[in-house]
Ligand binder design. Structure first.
Ligand code: NAD
Length: 505
């Protein structure tokens, strides 16, 4: 069903502090995935819009890079307050376009907040090194200087958190930032722009460019964009990395995932089933850190499959605006069709469906893009359900004999974003943690997303470029080091003595 033209929400760019209409030829429908209805229309960027945005950001970056650390920090503290004050509104905007349940939308804003809070301490991160008297009268020190303009290209599944894993540190380190949000969930980007403005950020330091591949390619090749942060699927991450580096830019590009959780027979299987149920089906599995494969060792497999069957029966699938909902819809009807196709292929290839979420009808939301929680047991690693990143509410169980086999399965998978192990034996956990070729590891923790003062990023096909986002990696990404070696003659007299307490502003 389509809403009438008069009801459709429209969107703009945010350039140089102004909501600026897009001038591209193309439009994109925006859906409420819970109702299946078109709720808005997004006009996409033209070449002219891209150039205008980059020019505004480049101009703002010059002055912003010279703004004192104390002034920058005050704005970041204020941004924190803005984000807290408008959490409910932002969460509703996310749920209305992305589909995840409201509490989960608030959860992602909580993670965004953590990233802003880390950036509030930027003064500590930018202190640099100092070696006094490396030769007689000679000192050497290093400082971190901003790059200029950083573009952030983000996925649909975290419309607030992912942009806020990029922008706060890019801005705190003295750069201007251009957000190219997902063209499927644009509302959050404009709320974030309003928040930055209300926090006192000068015009042009945070910009939003609405668009698709045209906008992305324009940013990747623009001579005045200095660095590109990307989070999205693996093929696009690789494309972004290759194209932007070929154009001389610094790139961090995080890709897709297939996250395995190993369940050993000595684990508390009830707890493991509870946690895997939430880690696989929360946000309808549309999380890059969702657990999508349970690697069940020995006796753990039968017990785990039984307990997952019970748990999935109790998952409430509904419109994310409904406060009782555990899980909402998928992002598009195409995503629903694809997930259902993969479940069907697994069944046809001989896997067992412990729970089957196809043909789910949600009362009152019959047109929504819902798939129920699905558990596929006895999956083989050559099945599409194992090989593809499903990005839906599907948990695949791969049965193995022991921990060594489990580690082998994980290390043969091309992705390496997150993984976890459920066990009550420290030695098994330690062996696992040391042996898996995966960037983020949980021990009895299903979704090991590190706190924002650690860096986030997978290995292998889950990341292109050596730096992750957040933490020290985020600071390194936004800056380049300059090393100064200097000698000064002895001063003859000091003329700036003052009785006032020294101020830094
Ligand atoms: P996507 O790769 O389709 O899109 C991400 C961004 O790239 C969007 O802004 C989109 O406009 C742009 N884009 C898409 N196709 C493009 C093309 N051909 N050329 C240039 N730009 C293009 O990803 P998505 O579907 O929005 O998000 C889901 C994916 O993101 C999943 O694979 C998920 O695992 C991944 N993801 C990864 C992380 C992580 O931290 N590793 C976090 C969240 C999501």
């Amino acid at each position: 069903m389509t809403a009438t033209a008069t009801q459709l929400k429209t969107f703009t760019h945010f350039i140089d502090g102004q909501k600026t209409p897009a001038t591209g030829e193309q439009h994109q429908d925006i859906y409420n995935p819970a109702t299946g209805q078109v709720t808005g229309q997004l006009r996409l960027a033209s070449e002219q819009d891209i150039n205008k945005t980059v020019a505004a950001a480049q101009k703002a970056a010059e002055e912003w890079s010279q703004t004192s650390l104390t002034k920058r920090t005050k704005i970041l503290f204020s941004m924190r307050e803005q984000l807290v004050a408008r959490t409910d509104e932002l969460a509703e905007a996310i749920t209305a376009e992305q589909g995840k349940v409201l509490d989960d939308s608030k959860g992602e804003i909580g993670r965004a907040l953590e990233a802003v809070e880390y950036a509030c301490g930027i003064v500590d991160q930018l202190k640099g090194d100092y070696s006094a008297q490396i030769a007689t009268g000679v000192d050497t020190f290093s400082v971190r200087e901003p790059l200029g303009v950083i573009a952030g290209i983000t996925p649909f599944n975290f419309p607030a958190m992912v942009p806020m894993w990029m922008a706060p540190l890019a801005i705190a380190t003295g750069n201007a930032f251009i957000l190219k949000p997902s063209e499927r969930a644009p509302s959050a980007s404009l709320i974030l722009a309003e928040l930055w403005q209300a926090a006192g950020l000068p015009d042009g330091v945070f910009n939003v460019l609405q668009g698709d591949k045209v906008a992305v390619d324009g940013l990747l090749t623009h001579p005045d964009v200095n660095a590109v942060s990307f989070i999205g699927s693996t093929p696009i991450a690789q494309y972004i990395h290759d194209t932007a580096t070929a154009h001389g830019k610094r790139v961090q590009a995080l890709g897709g995932a297939k996250n395995h959780a190993v369940v050993l027979p000595d684990a508390d299987i009830d707890t493991a089933a509870d946690l895997l149920n939430t880690a696989a089906f929360g946000a309808a599995g549309e999380r890059c850190m969702a657990i999508s494969v349970a690697v069940a060792a020995g006796d753990a497999a039968d017990a785990l499959a039984d307990k997952l069957r019970e748990r999935t029966n109790n998952v409430v699938v509904a419109d994310g605006m409904n406060t009782n909902a555990d899980m909402g819809p998928l992002i598009t009807s195409a995503a629903k069709e694809r997930v259902e196709r993969i479940i069907g292929e697994a069944e046809a290839d001989g896997a067992t469906l412990v729970a089957d979420g196809r043909d789910l009808s949600v009362k009152g939301n019959e047109e929504g893009f819902f798939v129920g929680p699905t558990v596929i047991d006895h999956a083989q690693t050559d099945m599409s359900a194992y090989q593809e990143e499903i990005f839906g509410p599907v948990l695949v169980i791969v049965r193995v004999a022991n921990l060594d086999e489990a580690i082998q399965v994980i290390n043969e998978n091309p992705y390496g974003n997150g993984t976890s192990i459920f066990t009550s034996t420290g030695a098994f956990a330690r062996k696992f943690q040391r042996s898996v070729n995966v960037g983020m590891v949980g021990v009895n923790i299903p979704i090991p997303v590190p706190a924002a003062w650690h860096s986030f990023g997978g290995w292998n096909d889950s990341r292109f470029g050596d730096l992750g986002v957040n933490g020290a990696d985020g600071v390194s990404f936004g800056t380049r080091k300059k090393v100064i070696t200097q000698r000064w003659p002895e001063p003859t007299h000091v003329s700036d003595a003052s009785f006032n307490f020294p101020s830094h502003s």
